[in-house]
Design a protein around this ligand. Structure first.
Ligand code: CP
Ligand code: NVA
Length: 309
């Protein structure tokens, strides 16, 4: 049995198998063909943080695969009143077929997975957002940007940046990360990504210079400056991120046919300008819809690994 906790747990071949499944199932869905790959299965969805896309895409996704999703807010679970995570994991996983969790600490997700009898999927932690990056790659593929792209990530060295590092390092493409001073990516995540990059041939570079990062890039991306749980730092962050907005002037430095990706929610006037978001709305909202399709690929792949070590 396999869990989906971070992209770093997978080989390039495995990630591409999931993407292939996503492409196939998306095509079937668009043709009105709902193949019950996960018939009568239940997906438990535990949320300790807010969500629009993750909740809707997982709930609709499992339903379209022939199963059902169970929305479990930590506010309502006994977990929120102090029931240990390891007990929650053993109880819930005895009744459902797969679990998705959105939480704070990656170590909590790992603890849950350790005690779970069924596959566990990371629906975002403070450290990573791997289902979003699978989605972003599917979107790059559809917009003709998956073949040896140069990608630029401009903004906070957060969970999204970390998953971008993993994706580039495993698949072997060029990624330039530009963060303000003091908001760099986690050192351990960077070290591991650079080790993986040596094997895959990925070129990963870091700077505090958005212009340098975006120059001639095929894909430009960013994320909120204030992630969930950082609301108290909002004012300081807005000051510290001055000059890091992806606006039309910055996009002009990228290739003429470059695309802009954003995991959403987007905060216009902060990490991205209104103009850029609307110019690339087709890409960005296809990306949002692709959460549904990418995650079906991941769930069906995980289901196929049951019984394996
Ligand atoms: N991109 C993303 O994960 O969106 P939600 O927070 O709405 O789930
Ligand atoms: N970095 C953001 C991503 C939201 C989808 C956060 O963690 O809030």
């Amino acid at each position: 049995m396999r869990h989906f906790l971070t992209l770093a747990d997978f080989s390039k071949e495995e990630l591409l198998e999931m993407i292939d499944l996503a492409v196939k199932i998306k095509k079937q869905t668009k043709n009105g063909e709902f193949v019950p790959y996960l018939e009568k299965q239940t997906l438990g969805m535990i949320f300790e943080k807010s969500s629009t896309r993750t909740r809707v895409s997982f709930e609709v996704g499992i339903y379209q695969l022939g199963g059902i999703g169970l929305f479990l807010s930590s506010k309502d679970l006994q977990l929120g009143r102090g029931e240990p995570l390891k007990d929650t994991a053993r109880v819930i996983s005895s009744m459902v077929d797969m679990v998705m969790i959105r939480t704070y600490k990656q170590s909590d997700l790992e603890e849950f997975a350790k005690y779970s009898k069924v596959p566990v999927i990371n629906g975002l932690t403070d450290s990573y957002h791997p289902v979003q990056l699978m989605t972003d790659y599917l979107t790059m593929l559809e917009f003709g940007k998956a073949d040896n792209p140069v990608a630029a990530y401009v903004g906070d060295g957060n969970n999204m940046a970390h998953s971008w590092l993993n994706l580039a390092a495993i698949l072997g493409f060029e990624l330039r990360v530009a963060t303000p001073k003091g908001y760099e990516c986690d050192e351990a995540v960077v070290k591991h990504a650079l080790e993986m990059a040596q094997k895959s041939g990925a070129k990963i570079t870091f700077s505090n210079n958005p212009k340098e990062a975006v120059k001639d890039a095929d894909v430009v991306t960013t994320d909120t400056w204030v992630s969930m749980g950082q609301e108290d730092e909002k004012e300081k962050r807005i000051k510290d991120f001055a000059g890091f907005m992806v606006d039309s002037d910055l996009m002009k430095l990228a290739k003429d046919d470059a695309i802009f990706l954003h995991c959403l929610p987007a905060y216009r006037g902060y990490e991205v300008s209104e103009e850029v978001l609307e110019k690339y709305a087709d890409v960005v909202f296809t990306e949002a819809e692709n959460r549904l399709h990418a995650q079906k690929g991941i769930m069906v792949w995980l289901d196929s690994k049951r019984g394996e070590k």
